[in-house]
Design a protein around this ligand. Structure first.
Ligand code: GLU
Length: 299
């Protein structure tokens, strides 16, 4: 917990693929802001997907971050070491009657969807399993069926009322109150049968446990903040401030993804880019020496 007034920032990558320029930008921007604010900077390894996040991948991620000039305070927190904490939070929501099991597969959801999309562009869950009788629920659960635990968003909002967050400008000098629209997500998944957590749940538990005061992350997570604020209110967790920065796009204007390996830090390193050149490319420092290869070029 944050016991004094020092701001606490974090960078929280998921080591399920190679880090790319977008991650480097987010990490270096967070570092710059933390330094300017005289704050602490924490690294959190978001590895709840224990199949795709390997020790080897984590090692490479730490090397890439070090190479690009990102350094953090304290031992990094690994989410995979905190499943018990997430389960506790999940149980508290369960005890309040806010969760229900959903047995639908992705294709069933697609087939039953109304055409409405969630803010990520996925078919919005139409609430198929919400009104299942307790008898049928128990029967399905005891039959070993796979299921997800969804948050009953309507019930949650009846409990917490209006949801807002404080969005900071990119230099953190100004703050604006944003009215969130959690209903746009519908009944989000908070856990699965064999994984007692989800991105949304672990991120709010961790931000609270680590005393994070400033959450700086990409605009792709802007709308997810609505869900995070609902969970913070339900679980009575402190409210950090948020800043969602612009994303680094490729030549076609698309968001970078882990599958586009040519822009991964490892690939740039292999093409003899220096960390200084990467930082200059991202606007963090002057560099007189141009890299030998252009960004879009393949080997
Ligand atoms: N782990 C998430 C990602 O890599 C970011 C989480 C966050 O900053 O809230 O996209």
């Amino acid at each position: 917990m944050n016991t004094n007034d020092q701001p606490i920032f974090r960078f929280a990558p998921s080591p399920n693929g190679q880090l790319h320029l977008g991650h480097a930008f987010s990490a270096l921007l967070t570092q710059e802001l933390a330094q300017k604010a005289d704050g602490k900077l924490l690294l959190r390894i978001e590895d709840i997907d224990t199949i795709r996040c390997t020790d080897e991948g984590i090692e490479q991620m730490l090397n890439d971050l070090d190479w690009v000039g990102f350094s953090w305070d304290e031992e990094p927190r690994r989410q995979s070491a905190h499943f018990d904490d997430y389960e506790k939070a999940l149980n508290a929501l369960h005890a309040d009657g806010l969760l229900y099991p959903c047995f639908c597969s992705r294709s069933q959801i697609k087939a039953n969807a109304t055409g409405e999309k969630d803010p990520d562009g996925a078919p919005k869950y139409p609430g198929t399993c919400k009104h299942m009788s307790p008898y049928d629920r128990d029967k399905r659960i005891n039959s070993d069926a796979a299921y997800a635990l969804r948050l009953d968003m309507k019930k949650a909002l009846e409990k917490v009322g209006e949801v807002t967050w404080q969005e900071m400008s990119e230099d953190l000098s100004e703050t604006e109150t944003i009215t969130a629209d959690p209903m746009a997500w519908g009944d989000v998944i908070l856990a699965r049968k064999y994984t007692p957590t989800s991105y949304h749940l672990s991120v709010v538990v961790d931000d609270a446990d680590q005393g994070i005061t400033h959450v700086t992350r990409g605009k792709d997570l802007y709308f997810a903040t609505a869900v995070h604020r609902v969970l913070q209110k339900l679980l009575e967790l402190p409210e950090p401030k948020y800043m969602h920065h612009g994303l680094i796009l490729d030549d076609e204007g698309n968001k970078l993804s882990k599958s586009k390996k040519s822009l991964s830090l490892a690939a740039l390193k292999k093409r003899d880019w220096t960390p200084e050149q990467v930082r200059a490319q991202l606007g963090f420092e002057e560099d007189d020496e141009e890299p030998e290869t252009e960004l879009g070029e393949e080997d």
